[in-house]
Ligand binder design. Structure first.
Ligand code: NOJ
Ligand code: CA
Length: 722
């Protein structure tokens, strides 16, 4: 009896010591930080077996339930569990910075940070760190790998970062893919993704190599209780891009990195870190579009001199290749050529677009209407069999076709104060491009080109690599950095989706990396497409969407049914709703000449901004944005809707108080719609001040564009107040 009592007491003593230790451990292992405005709260915690987890709440509502973090490695023990917290540090930052160009002149960078050091005792104290930054608009976190005896080189088999969502949210998604982002969006509940996946992938020429159920980032969601959640990544350097595996039953998403040619997912050498994983959250859709979290998580630019980097408004020899059916990139009739061939011996097909004469015509038009540059595609040899042959040496980037005189075109452009924009289609052969890069950029310097559109159509070489893998990520970044040495600005097509790197490489003005206007000529874009893009693809950076199509009914050129699924006015609104420091007026010049009053908006609209106000927005439905032109007292407003007619509510409370301005309103006509009367519009001028509110009817598939300028007393006279 006595012995038993003793045992019980010893046991309870042990239990309390154990409990104490357990609670103490929990207390040490769980760490919470809040956003500066206290709306967001993030807790890091070690779960059973030393598994790192994080969770996120917004205004006390869960956004991300406890979700695990970690890595599976090749050849070395995994980093999934067995951790203890050896150190935690907290830090706060509240400052501002000025981008070289952007949606606003000054950006606030305000966050609370937690840095957790995690130790794996079992593996000789191998340690990693997780850095969390909690802003008012969301969370960013990344894994850091300090240099240490136990971790020098390692290969990632998979990153296992989970995003454990709270319910069956509405999601705007495109299928996971290692090579292309050029999909149409599907809007559904998470649970519906499996049944819609096949249809969602069907119209893309590229394969869909992801075998798991996965979607791409930026992934935009809305919960049934009205929370907007956006998951993406920031500062993708020396690492593969992330897709998200989807569990349609538990609503748990998890990272799925793009593999390389032999199936590995990241070659690392300490000291190093991953890109940031980002979760932008708000109960207002407009806050998602206003978020600068991704930019804030990128490093400031390394460039000492940025004075040569300038936003660009351009036209091009481009749309005619897609619609007019009369011209081609290729010069010769032959369909099987080699770079070593004598291209002057080819049989001209008679439809070559990039001729000296056509170039001059475009330069004249650009000069007359104040454009900075003319993109000329198809100027260089190799287009006869550029596509689909997985061929290493398609282009040399320095030799023009016999009917295109580089020197003469350059001299002409210079005399008119216009730049020619270079075009480097690589046909996916990154090896060939890298070998020729210095010659190609030197050629540009020698001939007065300051910007280049690059392209990666087709399967990548090195063969087996993917557009979004680590090798190609390093390639794009190498091209951007090298271009800066030659003071060249880049607009990349088919490159990995952007992650805010334009802060670090401000000469990387824009990217395509989504379905742009070209698809209007290849089956069409859904009327809600452009209301989704700002919430998805554009979260990572500017898009070369190539707006401005006035001749939307394409039967105009060649009969048939094909049309651009917008009104003409919606095309104007894109210059404001689709942010980019590089904007094309993509239509064939003759079409602008037919609508000079509407064309005036494209001529006027700015491409760089002092400030931006997202007036109203709902993904998939509508977006209305106002912006102030950089260094000018001019404001531009763009509003777009999906297939539904809608009233846009446009405030002017950002105008200086007590002053009167002239607003020129470009509106869909009453009987306009994207499929009937898309070219019917009305332009009116009214007086506005900071108290004015414009309620403007938008047509189905339509929009509204407004320019606001002070004008002279004379010009204001006789105009009515709004
Ligand atoms: C695809 C690009 O998106 C398009 O703009 C370009 O004209 C072609 N590739 C040819 O490079
Ligand atoms: Ca493309």
């Amino acid at each position: 009896m006595h012995q038993n009592a003793n045992l019980v007491s010893r046991f309870s003593q042990r239990l309390s010591v154990f409990l104490f230790l357990f609670l103490f451990t929990l207390a040490v292992q769980a760490q919470t930080i809040t956003s500066p405005d206290k709306n967001l709260s993030m807790t890091f915690e070690l779960a059973a077996n030393g598994v790192p987890t994080y969770q996120l709440t917004y205004k006390k509502k869960p956004v991300i339930k406890p979700s695990r973090m970690g890595f599976e490695m090749k050849d070395v023990p995994s980093m999934m569990e067995g951790f203890n917290v050896s150190k935690t540090e907290q830090n706060s930052v509240n400052d501002t910075w000025e981008p070289v160009w952007g949606e606003q002149k000054t950006i606030r960078n305000n966050y609370n940070e937690l840095l957790v050091t995690l130790n794996q005792k079992e593996h000789k104290d191998r340690h990693i760190q997780i850095r969390f930054r909690l802003f008012n608009d969301g969370l960013g976190f990344r894994y850091e790998f300090p240099q240490q005896e136990e971790l020098k080189y390692f290969i990632i088999k998979e990153e296992h970062t989970e995003f454990n969502l709270t319910g069956d949210h509405k999601i705007f998604w495109i299928p996971g893919d290692y090579d292309t982002n050029e999909y149409a969006y599907t809007t559904s509940q998470i649970s519906q993704i499996p049944s819609l996946m096949e249809k969602a992938t069907i119209d893309v020429h590229a394969q869909h190599p992801i075998k798991t159920l996965a979607v791409q980032t930026p992934s935009m969601m809305k919960s049934s209780d009205g929370l907007y959640i956006n998951i993406h990544e920031a500062a993708l350097l020396n690492y593969p891009a992330m897709n998200l595996n989807v569990d349609p039953k538990t609503f748990k998403f998890s990272s799925h990195l793009t593999p390389d040619a032999v199936g590995n997912k990241g070659y690392m050498q300490t000291e190093t870190h991953t890109p940031w994983r980002t979760i932008v959250v708000s109960d207002k859709a407009t806050d998602i579009l206003a978020s600068k979290l991704i930019l804030n998580l990128n490093e400031p630019t390394e460039y000492e001199d940025v004075s040569w980097i300038k936003p660009v408004k351009y036209i091009g020899i481009w749309w005619e290749y897609f619609v007019a059916g009369k011209s081609t990139w290729a010069y010769g009739k032959e369909t099987n050529v080699k770079l070593t061939d004598d291209f002057t011996k080819l049989t001209p097909n008679g439809r070559h677009g990039a001729t000296t004469e056509n170039a001059k015509k475009h330069i004249d038009f650009a000069a007359e209407h104040g454009f900075d540059a003319v993109l000329i595609e198809g100027w260089n040899i190799g287009w006869e069999d550029w596509f689909g042959n997985w061929k290493e040496e398609v282009f040399d980037f320095v030799t023009s076709y016999p009917d295109f005189d580089v020197k003469e075109v350059q001299k002409y452009a210079e005399s008119k104060g216009v730049r020619v924009m270079m075009h480097h289609e690589t046909s996916g052969s990154a090896t060939n491009y890298e070998r020729r890069l210095h010659d190609a950029f030197k050629f540009m310097n020698d001939h007065g080109y300051t910007s280049v559109k690059t392209g990666y159509v087709g399967k990548i070489i090195p063969r087996g690599e993917h557009h979004d893998g680590q090798w190609m990520v390093n390639h794009y970044n190498h091209v951007a950095r090298t271009a800066a040495k030659y003071k060249i600005m880049i607009n990349s097509h088919e490159a990995v989706r952007p992650t805010g790197l334009h802060r670090t490489f401000p000469n990387w003005l824009a990217q395509e990396s989504a379905r742009g206007t070209e698809f209007e000529a290849m089956g069409g874009l859904a009327p809600d497409h452009a209301t989704i893009l700002p919430f998805t693809r554009l979260m990572g950076g500017p898009m070369d969407y190539t707006p401005g199509i006035f001749q939307t009914d394409l039967s105009y050129y060649h009969g048939g049914e094909q049309r651009v699924n917008t009104t003409l006015v919606k095309q104007l609104a894109y210059y404001v709703t689709m942010y980019s420091p590089l904007q094309m007026a993509a239509d064939i010049p003759d079409n602008y000449t037919r609508f000079p009053d509407a064309f005036q908006f494209i001529k006027d609209v700015a491409v760089d901004w002092d400030d931006t106000w997202v007036l109203e927005a709902e993904p998939g439905d509508y977006v209305t944005i106002a912006r102030k032109a950089k260094g000018k007292n001019e404001w531009y407003v763009g509003g777009i809707t999906d297939e539904n007619t809608r009233t846009a509510n446009i405030r002017f409370d950002y105008l200086p108080k007590g002053k009167t301005y002239i607003a020129t309103i470009y509106a869909d006509a009453k009987d306009a719609s994207w499929n009937k009367n898309p070219q019917k519009y009305e332009i009116r001028k009214v007086l506005v001040n900071s108290k004015s509110v414009l309620k403007q009817q938008l047509a189905s598939g339509g929009g509204v564009a407004v320019s606001v300028k002070e004008g002279s007393k004379q010009e204001q006279k006789g105009l009515k107040k709004l």
